[in-house]
Design a protein around this ligand. Structure first.
Ligand code: GAP
Length: 508
């Protein structure tokens, strides 16, 4: 029975050993929360990008793509609200000097109370779908979790950071290193990385590495609308790097300082945002489900504390090995961004709607997913330890074939008798189907195992029979079944299975 791994550490180790992800600058003892993608990682990452891009741009007549620069005029970030509001509440432990995010400390404490409470409820036989009120009545710990959650939500909505500290003290949250409750006050810390443009270091020359790709879309809104002759409703999609000076940068590629986003801004008529928000929630959930995910591993989470630009926001959360966490955000951004850019730049950001003969600043519904976080999700759900009938175990990465870094491995049974030459001939043909891998070293069993571990859906073995009847053995990664297939049918067979269209067709 195959079991998805429940350990982040196993994923980290697997990613390193099999060339998916390496810590950045490892020979200098790494750079915190920055990672490099290796030979198989970059292929998987590119496949995820392709799945997103094609589903958004190719399958939607009214969505186009752009590729904006990372550096933008500094006023962009004043207008977007990031200079004033893009910050995290920090708190230091005075004894260990370790810095924490105060909101994360409180959220983790709520989760701990509820998890402990849940165990108590299970023992008492209380249904896991019972109301929060009933659960709180039946378990003291659960009640504490609910009580703290309420107080924290109120403090968050009022941006009352003194109350954060009071709650941390009241609920006796201690530093994991010193074990003490000796906390500083909570301070706001801006997450943008600043740098200097040109050779003179003046305050006015400070520019920022973009903390989200979205603003490159907003400032180009009219350029794109006019040049691509778009009519509202329409969308602009982009994939690109974003940078945030994250303080709590743990959990591998879940929270990084340099990461990639896949964002789409959908421009709509003011007043239609509820309808479009619901539509994009559904479309994006289907995109995730088409990967064959267990529906119970995905859920929506409504934001209690809205970002400075949103009038509604929900996350699609995924059950990572570290628990249910945000994977993608769907935000109703109103006319906040275009309105502010209009005000700060003095340039009109309006659209003339010929159907109603009116000019207006469009509203926006955004879908925003972290590419690296999506990578972690794909790894989490597909990396499995399987116990075979003979009692042996194997590690298998059961990726959807369209995402697999290597589509097919070509393995001559031995290094002699003309088998490598025949195998090379077949490999050269299959390159046009997708990335191939040729390997003649080690036993066939070991070679299969290595391909299982990097997620290769098909292995073909060239043996002596191949030379006489033009057939090869085709092995399926998931079932491990082997069948003989004519070389003439190989290319078409594999192409049909690994093609990105097999995924995309599920979406229409
Ligand atoms: N434009 C809206 C925006 O940036 P966000 O919720 O801050 O919204 C969107 O980020 C997505 O980007 C998140 O759902 C997450 O997948 C990803 N993301 C955000 N911060 C990240 C980080 N430090 N490391 C990796 N991914 C991150």
């Amino acid at each position: 029975m195959a079991q998805a791994t429940d350990s982040l550490q196993k994923i980290v180790a697997h990613c390193k050993e099999y060339g998916f992800i390496f810590p950045s600058s490892e020979i200098y003892d790494n750079l915190g929360a920055v990672y490099d993608y290796g030979p198989f990682g970059v292929e998987l990452k590119n496949a995820i990008k392709e799945y997103w891009w094609k589903s958004m741009v190719q399958l939607h007549e009214n969505i186009v793509g752009i590729d904006a620069s990372i550096f933008m005029h500094p006023t962009t970030w004043k207008a977007s609200g990031h200079v004033d509001s893009f910050s995290d509440p920090l708190i230091d432990n005075k004894d260990s000097k370790k810095r924490y995010r105060a909101d994360v400390l409180l959220e983790e404490k709520i989760d701990k109370f509820k998890e402990k409470g849940q165990k108590e409820l299970e023992k008492k036989g209380i249904d896991k779908n019972a109301t929060e009120e009933d659960k709180a009545k039946a378990s003291r710990d659960y009640a504490k979790g609910v009580e703290l959650e309420k107080a924290y939500t109120e403090a968050a909505q009022a941006s009352d950071f003194a109350r954060y500290k009071a709650l941390i003290e009241e609920y006796e949250i201690v530093c994991e290193i010193s074990g003490t409750k000796n906390w500083t006050d909570v301070r706001q810390f801006n997450l943008m990385f600043g740098t200097q443009l040109g050779s003179v270091a003046e305050e006015s020359n400070t520019i920022y590495l973009r903390p989200e790709t979205a603003q490159g879309i907003f400032v180009n809104f009219l350029n794109v609308q006019k040049s691509a002759r778009l009519k509202i409703p329409f969308g602009i999609a982009q994939i690109g790097k974003a940078f945030r000076n994250e303080i709590v940068a743990r959990q591998f590629i879940f929270r990084m300082r340099e990461f990639e986003q896949m964002e789409m801004q959908f421009f709509i008529k003011p007043g239609t945002q509820k309808e479009w928000f619901a539509k994009w929630k559904e479309t994006r959930l289907n995109w995730h489900l088409a990967l064959g995910t267990n529906p119970e591993s995905l859920r929506f989470h409504v934001h209690e504390k809205l970002a400075h630009y949103a009038d509604a926001a929900e996350d699609i959360q995924f059950r990572f090995p570290i628990g249910f966490k945000e994977l993608e955000g769907i935000h109703s951004r109103t006319d906040f961004d275009l309105g502010n850019h209009q005000q700060y730049s003095g340039k009109k950001m309006q659209y003339f709607d010929s159907e109603i003969n009116e000019n207006y600043v469009p509203y926006v519904v955004e879908t925003s997913i972290g590419l690296d976080r999506m990578f972690l999700r794909v790894m989490s759900e597909n990396l499995k330890e399987e116990t075979l009938e003979n009692g042996e175990t194997r590690t298998v990465l059961s990726l959807p074939p369209a995402l697999a870094p290597i589509k097919v491995a070509i393995l001559p049974l031995t290094k002699k008798d003309g088998l490598p030459e025949k195998a090379r001939e077949i490999e050269a043909k299959l390159r046009f189907v997708g990335r191939t891998f040729y390997e003649e070293k080690d036993t066939i069993g070991k070679r299969y195992r290595r391909m299982d571990a990097i997620g290769t859906p098909y292995c073909i073995t060239i043996d002596h029979q191949t030379l006489t009847d033009n057939t090869v053995t085709l092995r399926d990664r998931d079932t491990m079944q082997q069948e003989r297939i004519s070389i003439d049918n190989l290319e078409q067979f594999i192409a049909d299975k690994v093609n990105m269209n097999t995924l995309l067709r599920k979406l229409v």
